[in-house]
Each structure stands twice: as C-alpha cells, then as structure tokens.
Write a protein that binds this ligand. Sequence first.
Ligand SMILES: Cc1cc2nc3c(=O)[nH]c(=O)nc-3n(C[C@H](O)[C@H](O)[C@H](O)COP(=O)(O)O)c2cc1C
Length: 182
Amino acid sequence: MKQIAASQAYRLLEPGPVVLVTTQCEGVANVMTMGFHMMIQHAPPLIGCVIGPWDHSYEALSETGECVIAIPTLDLAEAVVDIGNCSGDQVDKFQRFGLTKRPGKAVSAPLIVDCLANIECRVADRTLVDTYNLFILEAKEIWIDEDRTETRTIHHRGNGSFIVDGAMLNLSDQMAKWRHLP
Ligand SMILES: Cc1cc2nc3c(=O)[nH]c(=O)nc-3n(C[C@H](O)[C@H](O)[C@H](O)COP(=O)(O)O)c2cc1C
C-alpha cells in the first residue's frame, strides 16, 4: 500500500462511500460498518462520524481515541452488510469474514489489507458525542492500494440498498476559486 498525504482524506470521503471502521481495545481488534460520516475540514483534515453506543466499537473508540476508516469496494459488498449486522462482542469479525489485518503507523487499530484505502484517525473532539454520537476524527495517515483491479466504492441508500461508483464527470477547469486546495 502506498502512503499519501493525510490532507487527501476528502478525495476519498467526500463522495460518501460506505466504510469499515476498525478499532483495537485491550489487544482485541474489531470492525464495524459505517454510512453516517462527512468531511468537516481540509486542514487539519477532520471527519465527523456517527458511532452509536449500541455498537461495541463505541466503547473501543471512546476508550482508545483511535480507529481506522477503511474503504471497501464492490467485491466486499456482502461482507460489508454482514459486518454491520453482527457485533464484535460476540464474534471475531476479522476471522469470520476473512479480512487481513496490517499494523498502521499512527494508531493501534489495524488497517484492512482487503480495502482500497485506509485512513488512520485519532479522536480530535468529543463534545458532540453525548448529543449526537458524533465523533470528530483527525486523519493522520492514509494508505492506498494502487494495484487493485476493483476500485468501485459502494454508497448506502439505506436498508441494504447501494449505489455503485460509476462514470466520472471532470469539471476541474471550472474550479478556479479553489486552486489553492491540496
Ligand atoms: C450499511 C450499514 C451502514 C451502517 N452505518 C452505521 C453508522 O453510520 N453508524 C453506526 O453507529 N452504525 C452503523 N451501522 C451499524 C453497525 O455497523 C452495527 O451496529 C454493527 O453491528 C456494529 O458492530 P460492533 O458492535 O462490532 O461495533 C451500519 C450498518 C450497515 C449494514
């Protein structure tokens, strides 16, 4: 996996793919599915994530302040739904779904080798957790698998229905006001 600048997080998340979130607490790794996320700031790169107390991951994230946002592609769609329908307090999801872990650089939560990209994150602000279960994360390191043949991300429309990443429309010539962005 190739490392790219953390400032590039928005290029991966602004389109709103469904993602996997890994945590590691007391030596035990876990993973959940997340659709409710958004970019909040370019620099430092901040990401808002809704992770509820009904998720085992909530405790791990609250306790460690660290996670990895991994971006799966179409080939993992069925596993993505199943990962979001069982809990790490009852099952080792890495084992059950045949996911391969790799240590990151900045956080203890593992990267998922089977994903297109992995964003290592630390909790930057917890002030909205009590009200909205909204963790503000700062992206620290990003890893991309440039050798994948399948690169289509999946985008949740609710109730297990997804839009698959498709044609690209490039209007970068019109982005004159925003040339300074990384
Ligand atoms: C497509 C999909 C999207 C989901 N999005 C979220 C989300 O944004 N936030 C959340 O807290 N749970 C979300 N979930 C539910 C969690 O993934 C689910 O509660 C999971 O079992 C939590 O795993 P854990 O208990 O091991 O942490 C989603 C599930 C699916 C299938």
